[in-house]
Write a protein that binds this ligand. Structure first.
Ligand SMILES: [Zn+2]
Length: 269
């Protein structure tokens, strides 16, 4: 079996004809971690020719295909075995197109991201609700250090401010929020979170995920709620909870640090 063609939202597989086959069945599967509910997986489809086209995928979606041959004789259908596990093909559609660095800031401005619009090269200040455990403040410091080490200039102030009136981002409690969620509509823009779970249950570095939303960065194609018109997060920053390697992290990778540097360039807006 081989991939005959693929695009942003489709894949075409083909395979060598099986002698005596009068039809084929194709069965599409999704790897764990791609956030596709089992009930959305379609039943096997009948195919007249040894070619299968799957449409309606998201950019970067990862799927696999099993096939089997069928022979119809005198009103009976004989089905061959499904292709061996070694014979299935993991295939990805084209990834989300990455905007050029110089366009990323414009995308974030177009989304009316207040943190981006209000930035003047002064490192972004964060205020954290005083009752929150220290690991929340530590995450801000870790994120700030990752940015400065990678970019060579500070984007985020490593020390949280005590004065909310000087803050560019607030980190506040939100009932019902499982771990965290961002709101650009509050003043200052907020990372809404419920830190009542132990640190390692929430997932480390979720501040990095939520603050990145406030920078205009959106979920990548590993999630059902992909935000294709935002500046793409890496898969890891988007989907730490569902990472195929089982890591429970929502942190930045170097490509995300590059992206943030494009949104907040050293020379200013
Ligand atoms: Zn998110």
């Amino acid at each position: 079996m081989r991939v005959a063609d693929r695009g942003l939202d489709f894949i075409v597989w083909e395979w060598d004809p099986v002698e005596g086959a009068t039809a084929y069945q194709g069965d599409v599967g999704y790897p764990r971690g791609t956030f596709v509910p089992p009930e959305k997986e379609p039943p096997p489809v009948w195919l007249e020719e040894p070619i299968f086209r799957l449409d309606g995928l998201s950019p970067g979606a990862s799927v696999y295909l099993f096939v089997r041959a069928a022979r119809e004789t005198a009103g009976r259908v004989e089905l061959g075995p499904w292709s061996e596990s070694s014979g299935y093909v993991w295939t990805e559609t084209e990834p989300l197109p990455m905007p050029a660095c110089e366009d990323m800031r414009g995308i974030a401005e177009g989304l009316r991201m207040k943190v981006v619009l209000g930035w003047d090269t002064t490192p972004i200040r964060v205020w954290v609700e005083p009752a929150f455990p220290d690991f929340v403040r530590e995450q801000v410091a870790v994120f700030a250090a990752k940015l400065e080490n990678h970019l060579g200039y500070p984007v985020l102030d490593a020390t949280v401010t005590d004065d909310i009136s000087t803050a560019d981002i607030q980190v506040v409690y939100k009932k019902g929020v499982r771990s965290a969620a961002a709101s650009n509509g509050m003043t200052p823009p907020a990372v809404l979170m419920n830190p009542s779970k132990p640190h390692d249950e929430i997932g480390v570095s979720f501040i990095e995920h939520e603050a990145s939303h406030l920078f205009g960065m959106g979920h990548n194609t590993c999630r059902g709620d992909v935000q294709p018109d935002w500046v793409p997060m890496s898969m890891r920053l988007s989907c730490g909870d569902w990472a195929p390697n089982g890591e429970h992290l929502l942190g930045v990778v170097p490509s995300d640090l590059d992206t943030i540097g494009c949104i907040f360039p050293e020379e200013g807006p």
